[in-house]
Structure formats: C-alpha cells, structure tokens
Design a protein around this ligand. Structure first.
Ligand code: SF4
Length: 450
C-alpha cells in the first residue's frame, strides 16, 4: 500500500483533522511516511486565518511540484483544509501538478479519492461542497505516534462558526456551526480513555456555542456545560480542557462548572482581541471590555490559580494609539499568563478587508512589539510566582527540547520539565517548581523519584 505524509499548517483543529485523516488512511492500509521525499502521497492541510499561512502552503507546494516531483513523477500531491475550501479549483489552475483539493467538510473522503486516483478512475479531484453530518466524521485517532502511547487527546465536538467577526475567514471556510451529539462525543471519549488517554481537550472554533440550536438548556445548564458533565462522568479520565471558547459563552453555568467539576482544569484560553470597546464593536465581537474583565474576575474568584491566556489583534483598521493603549491597559488588568498576538492581516471577502483606515505595516509591527513585550513581562511574573510552589502535573512524555528529560503540564496549562523516566508517563504527580525559563517551568524530581 502507498505511504502518505501530511504537513499541517495553522491551529489545533487542523492538527486534529490531519490526525483523523492519517488514522483513516492507516485503517485502509496506508503507511505513514517519515518524510515528504519518500511519500507516495503528500497532503498539505492548510490554514487561511492569515495571509502568511496561505503563502507558506503555496510556497511549499510550489517547491514540491518544482523540485521533489522531478524525482517522484508519480507522487500524488494535494491540498486539504481551509485554503483548499476558500480557493478550490483555483489551486489547480495555479499549480496544475496538484491532484487533489479537499475542503473542510470532506476530510473523510480523502481515502476514497486517493483510491480513485491510484486506480486511474479520476485524474484530479476538487471537492469543496458542503456535506451534512460531516462534523461527526473526525473521530479516528493515532495514539501511538513515534512509538509511544499518548496520554492526551483532542476531540472535535463541532465545526464552523456563526459569529462572523469582521476580520475572520473561519465562517467562510468552515461553514455554519454544526455540533455532534453528546452521546457520540462521550462514546469517543470513553474509547480514548479505554486506550490509555488521561486528558481530553474538547475542540471547536467556538466551543461555547456547542449545541446551541439542537440541545435545549437543562436545569440552567447550556448544551456545552451538559457536555462537560457527560465527559466528566467517564471513569479513568483525569482532566478535561477545551478550546476555543468565546467570551460571550462564559455564563454563570460555565463559571460554576469550574467549581463543581474537579476534572475541569483551572485553565482557560479566552480570546479578547482588543481592549477598546470601539474596536470590539468594529470587530463584531459581541462583548465590551468591562464584560470581558468581569469574566476574568469571576473565574479567578472561583479558581484563584486559574491560568488564563488570550489572543489579540493589533493594527485592526481604524485602531488609534488610544485604542491600542486600552489593549495595553486591559492586559495589565487581566494579568494574562500568556498571549498570542497577531498583526491584523486582510482576509479575502471579510468585511474588515474593505474598511477604511487600514494601518501601515510599520504601525502594526511597532504595536505588536510593544504588546508582546508587555505580555512577556506579565507572563514572566506569573510563571515566576510558581517557583517554590508544589503543583500537580500530568506526565505526557519526553520533553520536546531535551528528550532525556520528561515533561508534564500543570492543571493551569503550564509546561513543567523534570528529570523523570518513561515509567512516569500518564501519571499525575506533585512536583516542586524550582526555576522558570521562557514560558516553561522546571520541577524538582526529588519528590517522586524512588
Ligand atoms: S468567533 Fe472565532 S472563529 Fe468565529 S468568527 Fe470570530 S474569530 Fe472567527
């Protein structure tokens, strides 16, 4: 059977989609190639959120076509994911050596389309149509990649987004919100736990909107909180996380869930995007600065050790220095543990792309640097405060930067590196934090080594 290499760009949703496609192909008898040069099939799972991500994938494919394919004329090349969805046939018009373009509702068709191409039934495939119930097809997992058992897993609970933030291309590439049933998600989680998984991250573009249209509120609990309750009941599961929520989705039922559900860890990634009400309105975010800070306060009141991270966009059209300073001051008030900061990038067919007062790159860059410096400063203080504290970690495996050491994650989402051994993988253990690096903690092994 042929071998396949999948290269992923973009977010955790894309990584999860790639993993599911790889697992579906393996179930059909494909092998996973260690590098693109030896693969019979190379698929690029693309991202459209920023122009740079699209350009990277286009450049990569041009390289594959121009150089690698000279040596492997029979190699099959394909695009999947968000850019495949938004550009469709245009990708083959631009790069005629590309064989396959698979949209965001068609990942599960990849094996069939490859079969068709290998069997000579079709020469090229472009499929970016909508497909009902495709949200339930991202189910398969590879839990023993690189020869070791995974302790953590991502579970896709929904696809799409109806929020239509004015800068964002996701509602156009991922479509309307479509949620899987609680039973279906719970059964996937049970299977994962039976296979050794200890921590599950529930995934979606806007998870707090999960099931809004299909699952009625019950006992004051939204569909998403009902899902958390169901997953929480799985024996053997130790921890639950989720990403990405929307600030609008932090009702009292969700805040209260942190107090009520011990497996729901004290960690939240809540994208704020801007600290200026004027910008939040122009972005169509649906909350104010005050409302956002109110959520942070409630969460920290419920769980004082809560780790809170965020996303922000600098240089949105019309953003003045005063607007930007509101973002700086919000960062100081919210005291984020970490932040992902992006310079605004025009996306095709989004309302913000046609807004007046687009800002020059130099202004975006300068604000990016200032906010980054502040976020790093705040993050360093919050990480530093954990030194000499005892904290629980779930050991995931060898450290990515030093395979001789092990790494785990705190309940508040921070990485801890320590001198452990392979037998600690999958264990919950207490460590003493001895020092801090750049967004990494180092733990004292004396507490647990025998
Ligand atoms: S809520 Fe998130 S995914 Fe949805 S449109 Fe806004 S930024 Fe995009």
């Amino acid at each position: 059977m042929p071998s396949v290499f999948i290269k992923t760009y973009g977010c955790q949703m894309n990584e999860r989609d790639s993993e599911a496609v790889a697992a579906q192909l393996v179930a059909k008898g494909y092998t996973l190639a260690p590098t693109e040069s030896v693969a019979d099939v190379v698929l690029l799972n693309t991202c459209s959120v920023r122009d740079m991500a699209e350009q990277k994938a286009l450049g990569k494919m041009a390289t594959l076509v121009g150089q690698a394919r000279k040596k492997r004329p029979d190699q099959i090349l394909g695009f999947m994911g968000c850019m495949a969805q938004s550009r469709g046939q245009e990708l083959i018009d631009r790069l005629p050596d590309v064989d396959l373009v698979i949209g965001t509702q068609k990942f599960h068709r990849t094996a069939d389309y490859l079969d068709d191409i290998f069997a000579g039934r079709r020469e090229k495939v472009v499929d970016v149509a909508e497909e009902e119930e495709s949200e339930g097809k991202i189910r398969e997992h590879i839990l023993n990649g690189n020869g070791s058992q995974s302790v953590t897993a991502f579970v896709s609970i929904m696809q799409g987004c109806n929020q239509y933030c004015t800068f964002c291309i996701v509602p156009y590439t991922r479509g309307e919100e479509r949620s899987r049933s609680i039973d279906d998600i719970e059964s996937e989680c049970r299977e994962l736990v039976a296979r050794g998984v200890r921590e599950i991250t529930l995934l979606g573009q806007i998870v707090t909107s999960y099931g809004k249209r299909d699952i009625p509120v019950k006992d004051g609990r939204s569909a998403f909180v009902q899902l958390l309750d169901a997953v929480h009941g799985i024996d053997g599961l130790e921890r639950i996380r989720f990403t990405s929520p929307h600030p609008k989705g932090y009702g009292d039922d969700l805040v209260e869930a942190y107090a009520r559900l011990p497996k729901l860890v004290e960690s939240a990634h809540i994208p704020v995007q801007s600290g200026s009400d004027r910008m939040l309105k122009a972005m169509h975010r649906g909350y104010t600065r005050e409302k956002f800070l109110g959520i942070i306060q409630k969460l920290r009141r419920t769980k004082p050790g809560m780790g809170i991270t965020t996303d922000a966009i600098v240089g949105f059209p019309g953003e003045t220095e005063a607007d930007f300073e509101e973002t700086l001051s919000l960062y100081r008030e919210a005291d984020f543990d970490n932040a992902f900061i992006f310079r605004y990038s025009k996306r095709k067919d989004t309302p913000a792309a046609d807004m007046p007062d687009q800002l020059p790159d130099e202004v975006k860059e300068e604000r990016n640097q200032r906010l980054l410096a502040l976020a790093n400063d705040i993050g360093a203080k919050r990480y530093g405060a954990l030194v000499n504290q005892r904290t629980q970690i779930l050991v995931e495996g060898p450290s990515k930067t030093n395979a001789a050491r092990m790494m785990g994650r705190t309940r508040c989402g921070k990485i801890v590196v320590f001198d452990g051994a392979a037998r600690h993988r999958g264990q919950l253990m207490d460590v003493n934090i001895t020092r801090v690096g750049s967004f990494t903690l180092y733990g004292d092994p004396a507490i647990f080594l025998d």
